[in-house]
Design a binder for this molecule. Structure first.
Ligand SMILES: [Cu+2]
Length: 344
């Protein structure tokens, strides 16, 4: 694998996070964007290709040898979210980082031989009735709501799998789990999405998307016990975040100036923490603990590239070496060259 060899050469050349970082490769043009389809519109064959690629990532051994608790390649992906959790939720980084995070997954499924586009989930089509969505089919989907006191997923391709990262900032192996509650999912419907992307500033769109369909989707799915730090252990997370990413892209598409509009804090405000919980960071740490010394040792500087507390286009995003670092500017335009896709 030529790309992998190149990546490992780059990694060897980089002594530490935050030091001289490899530039993300980019094309100046994006003439034929890849099409990201909603799960509803994907053939059974293509669904199975996606599901088996995810299964492959979940069962491949970890490679980086630096992420605490990671045993599989999937654990490394989940660890990335865990490490960045306090930088990428209720901050300006939420939208750009999760866009980059989807690209990181795209690289991992390519390692497993997958060559197509990422799927996403148009949740407006299943609003109020998530549990009946084709996303949860037990043959051509991710299996349904979990069973038992731990809500372990017991059917479908991900039955009986173990995730080693989480809960919270811990690394304690537990089953892949989710619990679907249809009632909350009504707020992923079209009228809610329209409202979420109706603001005129980045700050308004960021807050409305985060607190609206994004949060309600998470509440409907309660992935990995609804853990804000490691909910990406459930692969449905990435379909949901495709939907979130689409909302941002749709908001951006309304005015070309928005492709340069970014802002917000780049790490959580201690007095607020996650906006969906009360009490601020200290109180919230009762739910998921605090990052250990080992985690902090690999956590990137939240001001990397910004030179201050406000998120800028120069901010450097890291996947801890899974893919090269990228700037926020790189991911602003989904057809900008570094990225080249569209939602259909
Ligand atoms: Cu997240």
């Amino acid at each position: 694998m030529l790309l992998l060899e190149r990546l490992s050469v780059l990694l060897l050349a980089v002594p530490a996070i935050g030091a001289a970082l490899p530039e993300a490769p980019r094309d100046s043009t994006c003439t034929t964007p890849q099409k990201r389809y909603s799960w509803h519109d994907i053939s059974a064959t293509d669904k199975k290709a996606w599901l088996s690629a995810i299964h492959c990532v979940m069962t491949s051994p970890q490679k980086l040898n630096r992420l605490p608790g990671a045993k599989t390649r999937w654990d490394e992906l989940v660890s990335l979210h865990q490490i960045h959790a306090l930088q990428i939720h209720t901050t300006g980084q939420f939208l750009p980082y999760h866009r980059y995070y989807l690209k990181t997954l795209e690289f991992l499924v390519q390692e497993c031989g997958y060559t197509g586009a990422l799927p996403y989930w148009d949740e407006t089509r299943d609003a109020g009735k998530f549990s009946a969505s084709p996303v949860f089919d037990k043959v051509t989907g991710f299996g349904g709501s979990g069973k038992g006191s731990q809500s372990c997923v017991m059917d479908g391709p991900f039955a009986n799998l173990t995730i080693n990262i989480g809960p919270g900032f811990k690394s304690q192996p537990r089953c892949l789990n989710r619990k679907i509650t249809d009632m909350f999912s009504s707020q992923t419907g079209t009228s809610y999405v329209t409202k979420a992307i109706s603001g005129s500033t980045y700050a308004q769109a960021l807050d409305a998307i985060y607190s609206g369909p994004h949060l309600l989707g998470h509440m409907s799915l309660s992935m990995m016990n609804g853990d804000s730090i490691t909910s990406s252990g459930d692969p449905v997370f990435f379909l949901h975040h495709g939907f979130v990413d689409k909302m941002w892209a749709d908001w951006q598409a309304k005015d070309p100036k928005r492709l340069k509009e970014i802002g917000g804090i780049n790490v959580q405000d201690p007095a607020v923490g996650f906006s969906e919980f009360s009490g601020g960071m200290e109180a919230e740490s009762a739910m998921w603990g605090k990052p250990s010394k080992e985690l902090l040792a690999v956590t990137p500087d939240p001001q990397s590239g910004d030179g201050g507390g406000t998120l800028t286009l120069n901010h450097i995003m890291s996947s801890l070496g899974i893919i090269p670092n990228a700037t926020v500017a790189d991911v602003m335009d989904i057809k900008g060259g570094y990225l080249c896709y569209q939602y259909v």
